[in-house]
Design a protein around this ligand. Structure first.
Ligand code: UDP
Length: 491
């Protein structure tokens, strides 16, 4: 099939692994379905890291936009959230807006080049939604892509926009856009949202980013209509936008290497080593523990979590980083764990501690993995469910709290063990939940439901014609027709 150089899609993820990974998968999906030219933009070090995994071709381009972190009170190597301490996260959000002139120049160059496409479309992150304003000013079609789910995105948008907790002293509060019966607690807010009053730096970033997202022409969402029926209804009603469910966009694990590796990180366990270790364990017997690409727990919680895992007697792979109170990108010290924890785990082939980065999808794909103790980042949730693996939730930030509520309450595939970085959870409680999910009747039922969701994911991405085509493929094809052929939007 011939490539279509007349059509061009430009994608702009926010600079965090949990955003870059699904954006790249979206880019690949579009490239595959429409045969058009793709450009993904980010800051230089993110583009360098991606270039090592995705060789450039004339129709799949990765373009760096100049960026100097030190101009924004950030450490010199900080171009993504990965190793950024919490107090710097807000600076990166604000700094991302400085990419606007370079983005604007790139878009103008594409439009005025001799080989200018006849159809161009910009897909921005909900956190880089100002790129839609730039596109709009140049007459280019634009959409936002939320890397969260329907339910989580609605809750996150609504909470930042209305800050309902800031208008009451009560612990429980209603959330605009949700049924009155739906209540959240303060403990289900990240520390920075809890402290937000509309005049703080977090609100100063999120409120305009969300307002601009709501002005885009349409929204793509990394989820599946049949799995998140309520979530999509809420998202459509709340945003008033045409929402296309195009998930699950998952990294495609190849045989020998994980495609997404962070630049300069060599501490992770290789895929081979991981698979070999898992091969030596019975089906559904290993607990996988990871808090995503940018989170960690407190030193006190880490100690209790380790005690709980050890007491449960379950084998485990734990992706471990220094506790939040320390340099999260720094070296891990064994003093943060019970004495002799790692040695005992190693001697009895009971557990592996992975420093910093693990081949997550390969681990979740292995038959020996029985449950995933996760911060409920949306990509992690999609990856777990796509492999039929039930979850133990420990949400920490962003929309993870609402993902956890949905995964437990609506899908029945998760049990929340703790939330946030401050709460005190005991080793006994961790042990109880691990046993419940990896041994008890509830665990069997959770696995059954997770396998059901896996089936719905597979159906959504099924190739076919007309009605036989999966809902997510139908949605992406429809979106591309509207975005690139100028077909009018049908709500
Ligand atoms: N990830 C990984 N190895 C790790 C930690 C994370 O491969 O050790 C990947 C994970 O598979 C997922 C992404 O990084 O695709 C994390 O995204 P998520 O939305 O779960 O959480 P975030 O990092 O945005 O908090």
């Amino acid at each position: 099939q011939q490539r279509n150089h007349k059509e061009h899609v430009l994608l702009f993820p926010y600079m965090a692994q949990g955003h870059i990974i699904p954006f790249m998968e979206l880019a690949k999906l579009i490239h595959h379905r429409r045969r058009c030219t793709i450009t993904v933009v980010s800051t230089p070090s993110n583009i360098r890291a991606l270039t090592s995994s995705f060789p450039l071709t004339p129709t799949f381009r990765l373009v760096p936009l100049p960026f100097d972190p030190t101009h924004h009170s950030l450490p010199s190597s900080s171009e993504s959230t990965d190793t950024l301490p919490l107090h710097h996260l807000v600076n990166l959000f604000h700094a991302s807006r400085s990419l606007r002139p370079a983005f604007s120049a790139l878009l103008s160059d594409i439009l005025s080049s001799p080989s200018a496409p006849s159809r161009l479309c910009v897909i921005a992150d909900v956190f880089t939604s100002w790129a839609c304003e730039v596109a709009d000013s140049l007459g280019v079609y634009h959409a936002v892509f939320t890397t969260g789910g329907g339910y989580g995105t609605t809750a996150y948008f609504s909470l930042w926009k209305h800050l309902p907790h800031a208008h009451t002293d009560a612990d429980e509060f209603a959330v605009p856009g949700f049924p009155d019966s739906f209540r959240l607690r303060r403990s289900q807010l990240s520390s920075y949202m809890r402290a937000a009053d509309g005049a703080d730096r977090w609100s100063a970033f999120f409120q305009p980013a969300i307002a601009t997202s709501l002005k885009s022409k349409s929204m793509l969402c990394n989820s599946v209509e049949e799995v998140e029926t309520t979530g999509f209804r809420l998202l459509r009603d709340y945003t008033g936008l045409r929402v296309y469910d195009v998930g699950p966009l998952l990294p495609f694990p190849d045989d020998k290497k994980s495609s997404y590796k962070r630049a300069g990180k060599a501490h992770g366990l290789s895929v081979d080593a991981c698979v070999e270790w898992l091969d030596a364990h019975p089906p559904n017997s290993v607990l996988y523990v990871s808090f995503g690409s940018q989170n960690s727990i407190s030193a006190r919680q880490m100690m209790e979590l380790a005690k709980g895992i050890e007491a449960s007697g379950k084998a485990f792979i734990w992706v471990i980083r220094p506790p939040v109170e320390f340099d999260i990108g720094g070296e891990f010290k064994n003093e943060w764990l019970p004495e002799g924890f790692e040695e005992r785990a190693r001697e009895r082939a009971r557990g592996v501690l992975v420093r910093d980065w693990a081949p997550q999808l390969e681990i979740l794909s292995h038959a020996s993995t029985g449950a995933f103790l996760s911060h409920c980042g949306w990509n992690s949730a999609l990856e777990s469910l796509s492999r039929g693996v039930p979850m133990i939730g420990w949400p920490m930030a962003a929309e993870q709290f609402y993902n956890s509520v949905m995964l437990e309450g609506e899908l029945g595939v998760c049990v929340e063990v703790a939330r946030g970085k401050e709460v005190v959870v005991s080793g006994e409680e961790v042990e109880r939940v691990v046993r419940e999910v990896m041994g008890g009747e509830r665990g069997v039922e959770m696995r059954r439901r997770a396998v059901e969701v896996r089936g719905l994911f597979e159906e959504a991405m099924r190739e076919g014609d007309g009605e036989t085509k999966g809902s997510s493929l139908r949605a992406i094809d429809e979106f591309l027709e509207v975005a690139l052929s100028g077909k009018s939007e049908m709500n």
